[in-house]
Design a protein around this ligand. Structure first.
Ligand code: ZN
Ligand code: MN
Length: 510
């Protein structure tokens, strides 16, 4: 491709603080009844004074640390002036020249693309207040809900380091995961907890794929991106649109803002920025310059293991597959659950008769097989059941100890995988212990070979046509016979054992 996209992101994340940014009103979710969490401060009445929410400061600093930023010892707030009904004071308290943090980066892994690993520079992280929410009703009136007015946001600005829409999407997903790890936001894009504007220009490349022009062309900013998918789609659309302009020798030379139209799948021009809009920033006179030293040292100790490090450790320590790791590490609740299951399994293994060594040594010997079972049953089967039933892992009734016992039943061949699925469904529903369910529902593996052999003889006898076809060389019919036997045992037999018995029986001369 003779053009390479140059993409940067500007992201706002809603913080899950108890109270708002500058007053003691509760920080409610959007589902709350309108205008119940308001006071003179967050509705901009004259003569009131803002008080900085310390929890918001701590959260912002934690985020900046997770993004490897330089955190300012001293930081201040500024007023950003503009007029809109959702901004009762006529200005937003934000940060201009002394933000909380600057110069960070985040490394992301790109599943497919020109490069596997991208290091995305973080220009700055600052703290500010959100605007209220306005609605337009059928009568053409505009209604404003001030519950959101002055709730805390962090704004994260990246360098224009993304080379493709896919990179931007992966970055946002990783950022969401980090916010969840830190416990500072659920960062759900559909709920507006993570909002993103993207800016993009194209760079023309020479035959060695090096940019022809040293400076970047005017960027186009895209707004109204409400999902990871729409970020990717809007950027892809914009690349096509700008490529056509370049081909006509008319690359964008003026900055402009375009809105993403999800239904039409196009970006539409909103306004052309002749000059940067003048917000007449000036220091917020009611909030003194802040000294962050104390919070910075406290927050260093609070920083949890981050997703990237967790993925590495899950691979090395537990031997989970890449797929399982990707899923489990995407949510700290799943990651913790998996670790608890493994530690229960270690104890169980150590308590088995005829084993020698420490729990860790014994686990190490069985690691590969157990990792495959635990990783697979958690990331595909359990996740599937929970998704179907709309249950969050945090509300799961199965204790890690019981899930470990469940894995041990499979590991020791006490239950077949069909029976295991039935048991799992019951465990999710009732949270009972798996051995009990196995007995109650008679789902234990049929290990009596004599009994199975008799069944196999019957099945072969009752299907003479298939049996003679099999003997005539159509060996794929073995699957048919296995299916019939498994069905009549209600999934309680080991399909591998059944197959061996069937082959023995079918190959007998009549
Ligand atoms: Zn308030
Ligand atoms: Mn902002």
């Amino acid at each position: 491709m003779p053009y390479r996209p140059v993409i940067g992101l500007e992201i706002h994340v809603q913080l899950k603080t108890k109270t708002k940014m500058f007053c003691s009103c509760p920080n409610l979710t959007d589902e709350a009844e309108p205008n119940i969490a308001i006071c003179p401060v967050c509705t901009g009445q004259p003569g009131v004074l803002p008080v900085v929410n310390k929890q918001a400061l701590e959260m912002a600093i934690l985020a900046a640390q997770a993004l490897s930023c330089k955190i300012a010892e001293k930081s201040k707030f500024d007023r950003k002036n503009y007029f809109y009904p959702d901004l009762p004071k006529g200005y937003q308290i934000s940060q201009y020249d002394m933000p909380i943090a600057t110069d960070g980066y985040l490394e992301i892994q790109i599943p497919k693309g020109r490069r596997e690993l991208a290091r995305i520079g973080i220009t700055r992280v600052h703290l500010e207040e959100d605007a209220a929410k306005s609605f337009h009703d059928k009568k053409g009136e505009t209604l404003v809900d001030y519950n959101r007015s002055s709730t805390p946001l962090i704004e994260i600005v990246t360098e224009p380091d993304f080379e493709s829409p896919a990179e931007a999407k992966v970055f946002l997903q990783e950022l969401r995961t980090i916010m969840r790890y830190l416990g500072i936001s659920d960062a759900d894009m559909e709920k507006g907890q993570l909002r993103c504007d993207a800016n993009i220009s194209l760079q023309k490349l020479d035959e060695n794929e090096r940019p022809i022009y040293e400076t970047l062309f005017a960027k186009t900013e895209i707004k109204n991106l409400n999902s990871f998918k729409s970020v990717e789609r809007a950027l892809e659309y914009e690349i096509q649109r700008q490529t056509k302009l370049w081909e006509k020798d008319k690359p964008p030379r003026i900055q402009s803002t375009r809105g993403w139209n999800e239904t039409e799948g196009v970006t539409e021009e909103q306004r052309i920025k002749e000059e940067e809009q003048d917000y007449r920033y000036f220091p917020e006179p009611d909030i003194p310059v802040m000294d962050l030293g104390e919070i910075i040292s406290k927050s260093k100790a609070d920083l949890p293991e981050l997703p990237y490090a967790k993925r590495q450790r899950f691979k090395e320590e537990y031997g989970f597959s890449n797929e399982a790791v990707k899923f489990l590490a995407s949510d700290p609740a799943w990651a913790d659950y998996a670790e608890n299951v493994v530690s229960e399994l270690k104890e169980w293994l150590a308590s088995m008769p005829d084993v020698e060594g420490t729990a860790d040594e014994i686990y190490e010997e069985n690691k590969k097989k157990l990792a495959k079972l635990v990783g697979g049953w958690l990331s595909s089967k359990l996740q599937g059941v929970l998704t179907d039933k709309g249950i969050d892992i945090r509300d799961l009734k199965i204790e890690p100890e019981n899930f470990a016992e469940f894995i041990s039943l499979i590991y020791t061949n006490k239950i077949s995988s069909t029976a295991a699925q039935k048991i799992l469904a019951i465990m999710v529903e009732k949270g009972k212990d798996p051995s009990q369910i196995m007995e109650d529902e008679e789902l234990g593996q049929m290990s009596d070979v004599k009994e199975l052999e008799e069944l196999v003889i019957d099945v072969v006898k009752n299907n003479p046509d298939q049996a003679s076809q099999y003997r005539a060389g159509k060996e794929t019919l073995i699957q048919f016979f296995v299916g019939v036997v498994m069905k009549s045992t209600e999934g309680k037999a080991d399909p591998n054992v059944v197959k061996v018995l069937l082959e023995k029986q079918l190959k007998k001369k009549k």
